[in-house]
Design a protein around this ligand. Structure first.
Ligand SMILES: Cc1ncc(COP(=O)(O)O)c(C=O)c1O
Ligand SMILES: [Zn+2]
Length: 367
């Protein structure tokens, strides 16, 4: 049976529908060894995140995922511009709910279904909420999504369409999370949190596995937008598993991008701190990464430092310009993804450096 372990104090817990954090308030990880990767087994599964099912902490004969999947994963890797043949975009908005969060939501909701839960609660800046709402509908599980009253109307419409109950909160992203957590504890339901639940990262790690297959190896570096770190940590865990299985020779550098107006991780990195102090969000168009107090800051900082990567912050005026440049190249992305591309434009690339930029969210979803 799988177990959770506190990242702060090391206490272990059996996995139950209601546990989501340690008594000491630390975040929980899965107790697990590096999976032994059997590359040949991947072809026994559909071309989706489930191709890597055997690397995930589920019973090997579990078939729950088959009734949950909507074909998430397996996104294209494309050379962005023939003049820069070593820069690729991974088109992760080609997903059921149009963002990369479907990778994590499909795996997390598969676990919720296995645990037999009848209701989930989540809080989100938008995309995780749309993904959890869609997969909850797919699993016939009731769902409440807590979000800001300033969330993009199209994301709210998408969540409503899936029959989830919207709890609109006027306040900071942290107020919204606190309201959801209070409801989770009072109602004693499953917290389908992309931040706290480690199964979400078992889904986002497939980002690395796919790149490994598409490039037949690892890239030199990854540009990744970071708020709560679901893609940074997922990519890190995935490449780490490949590295420990000796399938790649080195870890790619993780170059993590934040909006300058809400950049707790950039500040911690620059001060050489182990944990990010909360900041005040000064307001950013990049709603997906406007996280003033990331709960997994210690792990994010460790991952980026271990890969010899770095953090870059982006000013508001740089974001919209980048959205136009990508649209001129044929890719219509949401604002948060444009901020990430702005990070790429700012990064000082080595000649021939093989880089991947995720296009995390579709343009049609944001303002
Ligand atoms: C389009 C997009 N990109 C990036 C992110 C950042 O993900 P995370 O907060 O997990 O770091 C989000 C989060 O909502 C997002 O919606
Ligand atoms: Zn603890």
């Amino acid at each position: 049976m799988e177990q959770y372990i506190c990242n702060r104090c090391g206490k272990k817990y059996d996995i139950t529908p209601t546990i989501w954090r340690c008594e000491c308030s630390g975040v929980l990880d899965l107790v697990k060894d590096t999976p032994e990767i059997d590359v040949a087994a991947w072809n026994n599964y559909p071309n989706s995140v489930w191709r890597y099912f055997e690397t995930m902490p589920f019973a090997k004969d579990s078939r729950t995922w088959e009734s949950v999947t909507m074909g998430e994963g397996g996104s294209p890797l494309i050379v962005l511009d023939p003049l820069e043949p070593t820069t690729y975009v991974k088109v992760d908005y080609m997903m059921p709910t149009l963002s990369f969060k479907d990778r994590g939501a499909a795996v997390l909701m598969t676990k919720a279904k296995e645990l037999g839960v009848s209701k989930v609660i989540a809080d989100s800046s938008g995309n995780a909420g749309t993904a959890i709402a869609a997969y909850a509908a797919r699993c016939n599980i009731a769902c409440d999504i807590y979000l800001s009253d300033e969330t993009s109307p199209k994301k709210i419409a998408q969540i409503k369409a899936h029959g989830a109950t919207i709890k609109e909160i006027h306040g900071t992203r942290e107020d919204i999370a606190a309201a959801a957590q209070k409801a989770v504890d009072e109602e004693k339901v499953f917290y389908a949190s992309h931040v706290y639940n480690p199964y979400f990262y078992e889904g986002t790690k497939t980002y690395a596995y796919e790149i490994y297959e598409q490039l037949q190896g690892a890239p030199d570096s990854l540009i990744i937008p970071v708020g709560n770190g679901t893609l940074v940590l997922g990519a890190y865990y995935g490449f780490k598993e490949l590295f420990e299985n000796k399938l790649i020779e080195k870890m790619p550098k993780i170059i993590a991008i934040q909006a300058a107006n809400c950049a707790p991780l950039v500040k911690a990195y620059e001060k050489d701190d182990a944990i990010a102090d909360p900041v005040t969000n000064q307001g950013t168009l990049a709603e997906g990464i406007a996280i003033a107090a990331p709960a997994r800051s210690k792990q994010i900082l460790e991952a980026v430092r271990e890969t010899k990567g770095t953090f870059i912050d982006i000013k508001e005026e740089e974001i919209l310009n980048s959205r136009e440049i990508l649209a001129d190249k044929g890719f219509y992305v949401e604002v948060t993804t444009a901020a990430n591309y702005a990070g790429y434009l700012k990064y000082k690339k080595e000649p021939g450096e093989k880089m991947i930029i995720p296009l995390c969210g579709a343009g049609i979803k944001s303002k």
